[in-house]
Design a protein around this ligand. Structure first.
Ligand SMILES: C[S@@+](CC[C@H](N)C(=O)[O-])C[C@H]1O[C@@H](n2cnc3c(N)ncnc32)[C@H](O)[C@@H]1O
Length: 353
């Protein structure tokens, strides 16, 4: 598979931090589960180790990491050193992450002394940290990204929403394999009694979600093709390698014994996703704000991946501008609530307490 069809990190120069209020709102809904899970993590005489798998530009990580430091230090004292490991793909905008850590009032460095941030630019489908080293692992809105693209969809930006059964099956197969691999790798890195909380786009047995935002994005790509800016083969290649999981998918590796790779599920739930821009629109009638809010979010997660899928001879940034301008116009002309779902899964590493 060519590099251009793989996923890229989020839109850089701090764009993701400025356009990820949907993800922040979802994270907020998981905070109570995170704090409950942290309460059960044993801490001995060692440094506290917190991992943030798929941190992007970091702003949305500050609150959960602050909470982890607060809870994990409760029994061992405020002076206990804390190591915080932020992980993302090598192409991630780590500069923006370090600016957040150094300068944001919400940074855990502002609130806590004796905390030491580190960053690891490597896919988490490889080992990230030493075995049995991590007390608490945060992982939000990342594991929908597949380790590799399963297939090109000729008819949608999301393979899981393609009309082609083979494409949908390839996505489901890749998602299942990636979930097992991710759990295996993370389990090795957790200390006995450590906890991992993972949040990711999900579906219910009845509802998939993302039809509105995903469908309009595909139409915007077709608009640009109709304008002669990109070729048909490029529209096929823009397939974004992400997908949703059901609770049954989440539980599948645990089906036989209740355990998988030394992990147990402590909590798994699918929640209704937030649409802050729709709520604002009901209050203000400001359709431009609605459309630019969702277009900014979509560009944040999909812009670089779509750019990579275009022919190398293209002025990629001009085409990405054109796609997302068209997308914003489409959303403004046809505003709808963004129906989507997300899973909150808490896993415990089984072992000596
Ligand atoms: C939507 S952002 C989530 C950022 C943040 N956790 C939040 O809650 O807003 C998804 C991040 O996952 C990262 N990601 C995707 N696949 C990854 C992988 N295999 N290894 C590490 N990071 C990955 C992306 O680069 C991106 O920064």
């Amino acid at each position: 598979m060519s590099a251009r069809s793989q996923s890229a990190a989020m839109e850089g120069s701090g764009w993701y931090n400025r356009h990820s209020s949907m993800q922040a709102a979802g994270n907020e809904r998981a905070m109570a589960y995170w704090k409950d899970a942290l309460e059960k993590v044993p801490v001995g005489g060692e440094n506290i180790v917190i991992a943030d798998y798929g941190c992007s530009q970091g702003l949305n990580s500050m609150k959960p990491i602050n909470a982890a430091i607060d809870v994990l230090r409760r029994h061992v004292g405020a002076e206990r050193p804390v190591e915080v490991y932020h992980n993302d793909l090598p192409s991630n905008d780590f500069g923006s992450l370090f600016q957040v850590i150094a300068g944001e009032p919400s940074s855990y460095m502002a609130a806590h002394g004796n905390a030491f941030p580190f960053a690891i630019g490597r896919s988490y489908f490889e080992p990230i940290l030493p075995p049995a080293s991590v007390h608490a692992a945060w992982n939000s809105w990342t594991i929908q990204w597949m380790s590799k693209k399963a297939a090109d969809a000729p008819d949608h930006v999301f393979g899981g929403m393609s009309g082609v059964a083979e494409v949908r099956a390839a996505v489901a197969g890749q998602q299942a394999a990636d979930w097992g691999d991710f759990l295996n790798l993370r389990s090795r890195e957790l200390r006995p009694g450590g906890r991992l909380l993972s949040i990711f786009p999900a579906c219910t047995p009845e509802r998939r979600g993302w039809e509105y935002l995903g469908g309009e994005l595909w139409e915007a790509v077709l608009d640009i093709h109709a304008d002669g800016l990109i070729e048909l083969h490029e529209t096929h290649r823009v397939t974004i390698p992400t997908g949703v999981r059901s609770l049954a998918d989440v539980r599948a590796p645990f089906r036989d014994s209740g355990r998988f790779a030394g992990l147990e599920i402590e909590h798994a739930e699918v929640l209704d996703g937030p649409d802050m821009f729709w709520e604002d629109l009901q209050r203000t009638g400001d359709v431009k704000y609605f459309a630019s809010g969702w277009a900014g979010m979509a560009r944040g997660f999909a812009g670089p991946t779509i750019a990579n899928a275009l022919d190398e001879t293209r002025d990629r940034s001009a085409i990405i501008d054109a796609i997302f301008q068209r997308y914003e116009a489409r959303l403004a002309a046809n505003p709808q609530r963004h129906e989507h779902y997300f899973a909150v899964v808490v896993l415990a590493k089984v072992g000596e307490r």
